[in-house]
Design a protein around this ligand. Structure first.
Ligand code: IVH
Length: 676
């Protein structure tokens, strides 16, 4: 290709990546698979590496990798970044309207937008000639901090507006200067994933998604920000160098048309119309994958909104209706300790059961031993508990005023509560570990993972039975499962002929599972479902993988030096080698599926899926499974959807699928479809 053609190709690639990124992160409706998307990015990088002089700040390649900075520069906002007054009951909302109608009586006949109040961090984004040039925190409302490199890593943030229109229609022309405001936050499942990773690495976990978002955005190292998938919703135009729509509702539509992710909002023509919607949202809130702490009611017409003015930092034209806090206080009866698969000890609160948002909470996480000390949480304290969405509830802290003097300071254990061996910690880490390789609690967790749905998927082998098997010493490592006999199982409580037979059969059936699942099952640090599939594609048998080198591994895309090191170390450890030999001995030696083809069978090619409800694993894992097999996952159900994968508590998507006659399947049926 000559230079001119190459440059053209570069621009075409950027256009495509921008568009597909938008489909994925803003519309949640991807049009191509992840591997296809990766290919486009790789080609872009190749061209840019050969031609660094062609790199522009709005290139999709520029989202990551900015250098570490010393401190944040100050940015003056073009207009004050205001806050909101609060209402805690609907009467307060009515009183608000009466009050502001005395300032401008047009408020009385006004219509309103109703928007979720996102519990994240306000950010202010500057665009010049359609290019994202600067992003800042709210700061004191007048002056914020320049966090541009960090914001560039947020995939939902358009680096350039407008986004190309898929129908090739004439794109909207943004004003030459546009400053918008939005909220950056984490999806709850991402938050849990970050914490799970931190915990496994023995590092300090985050207390809640909001703090995580704050910590992530105010990172001086954008690479760290990039490693954590923050997202964004934009809801306001702060300043513009040209005409903007006259109402908030149209502003949201306009921002959306430019390519910004906008919150789902409603247009209501009176307060009476709003009241029932608040209840609907209070209900929906429990199911959302992000935290909202209320709903924002805004006077729709900008002119009226502006004429109402500001009191202190709160515009009169809007109010936040706060949901009842998902926080309650209860007695901390005791502190329990969980021993994880890697031996990490995690304290949790054993609570006097309380109801929060319709769910009875009996336990809550205490993060780590330092947290208990820092917050001075004592056994017998009244503690404040918070629950949001599906996230594990956590202890916010004690209510020291309620102390009676009988509370007891907690001392971290010096021995493992499961095996009684001394615990140890690493100087750099907050976590304490049980380092006994034969610790029964670790074995239970190891087995739980081994037989789990994303691993060997042994049906009928739940945690209770795993515990029984370990307690009765019938199983000392995962390979022992394969020599379990019906007779041995019959000795266990609760086992009759049929149940024992079924369990033996389903364990034996798992011998057919492909290498990828087996590798995931081994629980090597950093090797999850996706990585295991990548490895199985490269190494068709275990022997090849067991003798590989860090160098060979890092040559595989997506395998960094840390994971490569962890893999090599895992296979180097004598205990693990013995375990593998034991598997060989029992005749379970999995091989890669579809050997030679290199890729998973494209059993789902051409099929469109929507995933909803609570599943046994994060949704992403199912999405990856579908995409690996050539299927596509979209965000909403339509006549074009082939299957709705519905977990527990599926809501409106399920109703819609049923109404449209879309096939509704569960996880198991999905796996069956995928395996052909
Ligand atoms: S409007 C004049 N809309 O809530 C505009 N704020 O407690 C005033 N927030 O600082 C803000 N979602 O960070 C607005 N849909 C939404 C919002 C929202 C979240 C945050 C924002 C603000 C805080 C006020």
């Amino acid at each position: 290709m000559d230079e001119a053609n190459l440059h053209e190709r570069l621009q075409e690639l950027r256009e495509q990546i921008r568009y597909h990124n938008y489909r994925y992160h803003v519309l949640a409706d991807p049009a191509i698979t992840d591997p296809e998307f990766d290919r486009l990015n790789r080609e872009l990088l190749e061209i840019e590496t050969a031609h660094p002089e062609w790199v522009t700040p709005d290139s999709p390649s520029q989202r990551v990798g900015a250098a570490l900075s010393e401190r944040f520069e100050k940015v003056a906002h073009p207009a004050p970044i205001l806050s909101l007054g609060n209402a805690f009951a609907f009467d307060n909302v009515r009183a608000w309207l009466d009050r502001i109608a005395r300032v401008d009586e047009r408020a009385l006949g006004s219509d309103f937008t109703l928007e979720p109040k996102l519990d994240g961090l306000s950010v202010v984004l500057h665009y010049r000639d359609g290019l994202f040039v600067q992003g800042a925190t709210r700061g004191d409302g007048e002056i914020g901090e320049d966090i541009t490199p960090n914001l560039r890593t947020v995939q939902a943030l358009p680096l350039r507006i407008p986004i190309g229109r898929p129908d090739g229609g004439k794109p909207l022309e943004p004003p030459p200067y546009l400053v918008v405001r939005g909220e950056a936050f984490f999806y709850l499942d991402e938050f849990e994933r970050i914490n799970a990773r931190l915990q496994e690495a023995g590092e300090r976990t985050y207390v809640n998604p909001r703090n995580t978002a704050a910590g992530t955005l105010r990172q001086l190292d954008p690479k760290l920000t990039a490693s954590r998938p923050l997202t964004l919703l934009v809801y306001q135009i702060v300043a513009a160098g040209g005409p903007i729509p006259p109402t908030q509702w149209e502003t949201l539509r306009y921002l959306e048309a430019l390519g910004f992710p906008v919150p789902e909002a409603e247009l209501c023509d009176s307060l009476d119309a709003i009241e029932p919607r608040l209840e609907v949202w209070a209900e929906r809130r429990q199911k959302l994958n992000f935290e909202i702490d209320g709903m924002v009611i805004k006077i729709n017409r900008h002119e009226v909104f502006a004429s109402l003015g500001v009191v202190g930092k709160d515009p009169r034209g809007a109010i936040a209706y706060k949901f009842p806090a998902q926080e309650v206080s209860t007695a901390l009866l005791d502190i329990g300790i969980n021993v994880g698969r890697t031996g990490v000890l995690t304290p949790y609160a054993i609570l006097d059961p309380v109801e929060i948002g319709g769910v009875t909470v009996r336990q809550a996480t205490l993060h780590n031993f330092d947290y208990i000390e820092e917050k001075d949480i004592r056994i017998g304290d009244r503690v404040l508990i918070k629950r949001a969405g599906e996230v594990i509830p956590y202890v916010i802290g004690p209510l020291p005023g309620a102390r009676t003097g009988v509370e007891q300071v907690f001392t971290p254990p010096v021995v493992c509560p499961s095996c009684g061996e001394p615990v140890s910690n690493l100087p750099e880490e907050v976590a304490w570990y049980c380092v006994n390789a034969r610790c029964p609690a670790q074995l239970v967790r190891t087995l739980e993972h081994f037989v789990g749905r994303s691993a060997l998927d042994i049906i009928g082998l739940g945690i209770k039975i795993v515990e029984q098997l370990v307690d009765e010493k019938l199983v000392r490592d995962p390979a022992d499962l394969y020599t379990l006999t019906k007779e041995a199982l019959l000795e266990l409580e609760g086992f009759a002929e049929k149940k024992a037979e079924n369990l033996v059969a389903s364990i034996q059936a798992s011998r057919e599972q492909p290498l990828a699942r087996f590798l995931n099952a081994l629980g090597i640090r950093g090797v999850g479902e996706v990585m295991a599939a990548d490895l199985a594609r490269r190494f068709t048998d275990l022997d090849a993988l067991a003798t590989t080198t860090v160098e060979d591994l890092t040559a595989i895309e997506g395998v960094g030096p840390n994971i490569a090191q962890a893999i090599v170390e895992w296979f180097g450890r004598p205990a693990n080698r013995n375990l593998l030999e034991k598997f060989r001995g029992v005749g379970f030696w999995p091989v890669a599926e579809a050997a030679g083809s290199g890729d998973a069978a494209q059993t789902l090619a051409g099929k469109t899926f929507v995933i909803t409800g609570t599943l046994s694993a994060p949704r992403n894992e199912f999405k990856e499974l579908i995409e690996r097999h050539g299927g596509k996952v979209v965000g909403s159900v339509s006549g074009k959807t082939d299957y709705l994968v519905a977990g527990e508590d599926a809501g409106s998507k399920l109703d819609k699928a049923v109404a449209l006659g879309v096939a509704v399947i569960d996880e198991k049926a999905l796996r069956d479809l995928a395996s052909g």
